[in-house]
Design a binder for this molecule. Structure first.
Ligand SMILES: [Zn+2]
Ligand SMILES: [Zn+2]
Length: 282
């Protein structure tokens, strides 16, 4: 089924800019006229229904202590044993696919910031019962032009929900994406690091030095974007940088020869193929 058909409950975009009264009342009115539909199954009532939220491929331990990919036993995976990374660790809640793919696509490309709440709450459920050692959350920044086009940063919406639930504050303006990058989904694994390397800079080093950060993003594939953010933060003295994403692509069991992680190559460490299944562009 096409997600376009499923989104028939979305109001025309011009209506979302015309309101002048209370935002809550305005959204209630829009919901009455254009009842929200689940972006995955089309059911009327919410943008991401409870049934679709339970039908997810949750990532269960044991996982690699660094990259978070599932393992058969605790420890490091064969790739993390042989490579270095500025990113201390990454964790994700679910595998990319099924209904979460429609939900993330709609959040990013269908002008549905309302999905930030249910998707952020899935991340909050994962955190519950775990201790967050981060002092600050940093949503992976968009380039200013892309954020202007989209109207919002989807990672910032997720970070707001997590911050509200955990009390960990967000630092929004310390890290910026100062260079335009191609959407990672359009690139193969070996091109991804080149695309994002040096794309991020720390604008306020005084907010970074000696601090522990949790980077928030919607989805990770090879982890190149998170590593580029972590590298910029570590260069300015961040004491630890973890990544936390709603979804991640599954790593393919058989690694193609051309899928070499070029961060490892650039750092002159033993380069091992570092490849995850790349979701098709949505
Ligand atoms: Zn649904
Ligand atoms: Zn690993």
């Amino acid at each position: 089924m096409s997600p376009v058909v499923r989104l028939s409950g979305q109001p025309p975009s011009f209506l979302t800019t015309l309101h002048s009264g209370s935002e809550a009342a305005w959204h209630a009115l829009l919901d009455l006229i254009y009842p929200p539909r689940c972006v995955s199954c089309g059911r009327i009532g919410s943008y991401y229904c409870d049934d679709c939220q339970t039908d997810l491929h949750f990532i269960k331990p044991p996982v690699c202590a660094r990259c978070g990919q599932p393992l058969t036993h605790p420890g490091l995976c064969h790739i993390c044993r042989k490579t270095t990374s500025p990113l201390d660790a990454v964790r994700s809640v679910v595998f990319f696919g099924g209904s979460i793919r429609f939900a993330i696509h709609a959040l990013k490309y269908r002008n549905l910031p309302q999905l930030g709440e249910p998707l952020g709450n899935i991340m909050v459920d994962y955190i519950n019962g775990r201790q967050l050692r981060a002092q600050y959350l940093i949503p992976v920044p968009l380039h200013v032009e892309r954020q202007k086009m989209r109207g919002y940063n989807q990672s910032a919406l997720l970070a707001q929900i997590i911050s509200r639930a955990t009390g960990v504050p967000i630092v929004n303006d310390a890290l910026v994406r100062h260079r335009h990058t191609l959407p990672q989904v359009t690139l193969n694994a070996s091109q991804r690091w080149a695309n994002v390397a040096n794309a991020f800079i720390v604008k306020k080093p005084e907010l970074v030095a000696g601090k522990r950060f949790l980077l928030i993003d919607d989805v990770t594939t090879t982890g190149a974007t998170l590593r580029a953010c972590a590298q910029a933060l570590k260069e300015k003295g961040a004491s630890s940088v973890w990544g936390f994403t709603l979804a991640r692509a599954r790593r393919k069991p058989h690694l193609p020869h051309n899928a070499v992680d070029s961060y490892s190559q650039n750092k002159n460490v033993s380069a091992q193929p570092y490849h995850n299944q790349i979701p098709k562009p949505d």
